[in-house]
Design a protein around this ligand. Structure first.
Ligand code: PHE
Length: 420
């Protein structure tokens, strides 16, 4: 039966696109018929505020996320909405900027009177939004901010993604599975996502009796990484850990190959964008990163979601679409369970989330409002992201048995202070 529904949705979408493209009146010829009146808006619609980077340095994150959020909304409203009314999404573009994020969040709360906030994606912007949401008593669910400090802001702040401690452990363990005992780390100390991951990876890799042979630094917006890459190359690591967003990561790996540093780079969820492949080209082949979702999964929830998303957007859903779909769905589930949009009981219902069937996995929130979910390792190969393996949480980096040890003891061989 699935092909029938996908055919119907595909036809409806195609019809919509055709009429949608033709909305400008032709220069000559008959006057087009007036646009039909829109159905009156329900003044009691439940408002959810969505804020993410739809332009600027991480535009890819917000654009992926909004597509997933809108699909969830369509399905929720087709099934009758929540609390007897439709759900409305009020969308703000943070432009990948911290100042715009606090403006957006304040507006959503004060002017738009949203019941919940869905956003941001990047950790540093969620760290600005969370204290505002907490102070105003409006639940915030971040689809993708993985840094521990985001939900630690307070009891109104939730996430549907795994945390950085987990993805760092996944990648440290993965490094060991490549037989790497000597790693370099290149990160941005001014970005809490990048620095938190670098710290966690270092701890886990050392615990697995690996050695960190170099630590180097860059800053967001840098374009030339030759100095850092040459110094890493001189230390002969077997892998380089690069916890960074897609823009810088792709540039860095390209320049690494030009500098003759040919070892695999290992990254985290922030690599996830078609831009990474576009900018990185051949240079990013044979690199690996942790991520939240693989459209290849066989579970029925995922299959239905992938089918509906593909029918609507023409491509399979990227991880951030899946995470935002889950964040919106969880917000509405919380409203259903609390029976009210009032902050405190709604917050309590969200905090009690157990076995919520998300498309990114089952979501049960712990006392710190974080889910325990599996992670996925992606290999970059032939200019594509390829699913490699699913890693269950929690994750520890095992000590390597003495016979297999190449490094005598855990140690940091080189520590370079960040340049100002
Ligand atoms: N985890 C990233 C952060 O906290 C954001 C991100 C999530 C990016 C998912 C891509 C995919 O900043």
């Amino acid at each position: 039966m699935q092909w029938i529904s996908s055919f119907v949705i595909a036809s409806l979408t195609a019809g919509f696109i055709l009429t949608g493209c033709d909305s400008k009146p032709p220069a000559t010829g008959p006057t087009p018929p007036p646009t039909p009146p829109q159905p009156a808006e329900d003044p009691l619609a439940t408002r959810l505020g969505f804020f993410a980077s739809m332009s600027g340095a991480q535009a890819s994150f917000g654009n992926d996320a909004i597509n997933g959020a809108r699909l969830a909304l369509d399905q929720i409203n087709a099934a009758g909405g929540v609390l007897g009314h439709p759900v409305k999404l009020i969308v703000k573009d943070t432009q990948s900027r911290i100042d715009e994020t606090s403006i957006a969040v304040n507006q959503l709360i004060t002017e738009d009177k949203v019941a919940a906030l869905i956003g941001e994606i990047a950790t540093d912007r969620s760290l600005v939004a969370a204290p505002i949401a907490q102070a105003k008593g409006v639940p915030m669910i971040t689809p993708g901010s993985t840094n521990e400090k985001v939900t630690a802001t307070g009891d109104y702040i939730f996430r549907v993604c795994f945390t950085d401690a987990f993805q760092a452990a996944v990648m440290a363990k993965f490094a060991r599975s490549l037989d790497a005992v000597k790693a370099a780390i290149l990160f941005d100390p001014s970005n809490p996502y990048s620095s938190g991951l670098a710290e966690s990876f270092k701890k886990d890799f050392l615990a697995g009796r690996g050695t960190i042979v170099a630590e180097e630094f860059y800053r967001a917006g840098d374009k030339d990484f030759a100095t850092q890459l040459n110094s890493i190359k001189a230390r002969m690591p077997e892998i380089v850990f690069l916890p960074s967003y897609y823009g810088e990561s792709a540039l860095i790996i390209r320049q690494a190959r030009q500098a003759g540093l040919d070892v695999p780079f290992l990254g985290t969820d922030g690599w996830d964008s078609p831009e990474f492949l576009k900018v990185g080209g051949e240079a990013v082949n044979n690199c690996y990163f942790s991520c939240h979702f693989a459209a290849e999964s066989e579970s029925p929830e995922v299959r239905d979601f992938v089918e509906a998303y593909t029918a609507k957007h023409g491509t399979p859903p990227p991880p951030l679409a899946a995470l935002a779909y889950d964040a919106v769905s969880l917000a509405v589930d919380g409203l259903k369970r609390s029976g009210t949009t009032e902050g405190a009981p709604f917050r309590d219902a969200l905090a009690a989330t157990k076995d919520f069937p998300g498309v990114t996995g089952k979501i049960s929130l712990d006392q710190d409002r974080n889910p325990t979910k599996p992670g996925i390792v992606i290999r970059v190969e032939d200019g594509k992201f390829t699913y490699l393996e699913t890693v269950e949480a929690p994750q520890r980096v095992e000590m390597v048995p003495p016979a297999a040890q190449a490094a005598p003891a855990p140690q940091v061989e080189a520590t370079v202070q960040p340049a100002n």
